[in-house]
Design a protein around this ligand. Structure first.
Ligand SMILES: C[S@@+](CC[C@H](N)C(=O)[O-])C[C@H]1O[C@@H](n2cnc3c(N)ncnc32)[C@H](O)[C@@H]1O
Length: 230
């Protein structure tokens, strides 16, 4: 039998995660770091925010509530994740969710003020194209904020590739900065954010290995932020 195309492979992997309830595990796992990052993002009233790889949309909903009149759109290649996001949605929150791919964003040029992503961009089938698409849909001066646990300076996470069973981009902090600059971003900042709850805080680590969890906690999550050059 022939191999499924790369996006179908990613979608079916995360459809399975959603069906097994691992979407809420991710929320538990990343909540503290993401709350710290959202507080540092300084979302302004009325800003329009794109959440790439939104999963069940918990981050999308946080962003939509981060400032008065802010709106957020989550996209995800996994239809089951988008269904979970829609099921968890409440009408008082200005958020919506769509099935879509990082590499072919179905939005007009310069239609967002901010782009955000948690634990998702390293799965991009074509990272260069994904970053170019993010730059295209952002307004001049628009800002990206990405949170990533899977990066070279957190060496214990390298084993995720085998555990997840998908091709993944295992880049160093400098490589991420270079990729962002090549895609037209400047003022790139990289910071490590440590979960204030300590190690072993959730269930989304695919290994469930306490040693990996401790090593990951020591390394922290990588927060990248950058501005689209005008
Ligand atoms: C580890 S989950 C993180 C989900 C969410 N951000 C969270 O923190 O709960 C990664 C998500 O990225 C999505 N994804 C991966 N590659 C994608 C692509 N090329 N286009 C769109 N979504 C993608 C997956 O379907 C998955 O739901």
């Amino acid at each position: 039998m022939s191999q499924p195309a790369p996006h179908e492979q990613v979608a079916s992997t995360f459809d399975r995660w959603a069906e097994n309830g691992r979407d809420s595990g991710m929320e538990t796992e990343h909540a503290d770091v993401v709350l710290q990052v959202v507080a540092l993002m300084d979302v302004r009233p009325g800003q329009r925010i794109l959440d790439l790889g939104c999963g069940n949309g918990w981050g999308t909903r946080l962003l939509a509530q981060a400032a008065p009149g802010a709106t957020a759109v989550g996209i995800d290649v996994s239809p089951a994740m988008v269904a979970r996001a829609e099921a968890a949605h409440t009408n008082t929150i200005r958020a919506r969710y769509e099935v879509g791919r990082f590499e072919t964003l179905e939005f007009r040029d310069k239609s967002f003020d901010r782009a955000f992503s948690v634990e998702a961009l390293y799965y991009a089938v074509d990272l260069e194209r994904a970053l170019a698409e993010i730059a295209r849909v952002l307004k001049a001066g628009g800002r990206v904020d990405f949170v990533l646990d899977f990066y070279r300076e957190s060496p214990a996470t390298e084993q995720w590739v085998e555990l997840v069973g998908l091709p993944m981009h295992f880049l160093s902090i400098d490589e991420w900065i270079a990729r962002l600059e090549r895609a037209g971003f400047g003022t790139v900042r990289a910071e490590r954010i440590v979960d204030r709850r300590g190690p072993g805080r959730g269930s989304s680590d695919p290994s469930d290995d306490p040693h990996l969890s401790e090593a990951m906690h020591r390394s922290g999550s990588l927060w990248l932020s950058a501005l689209k050059s005008s």
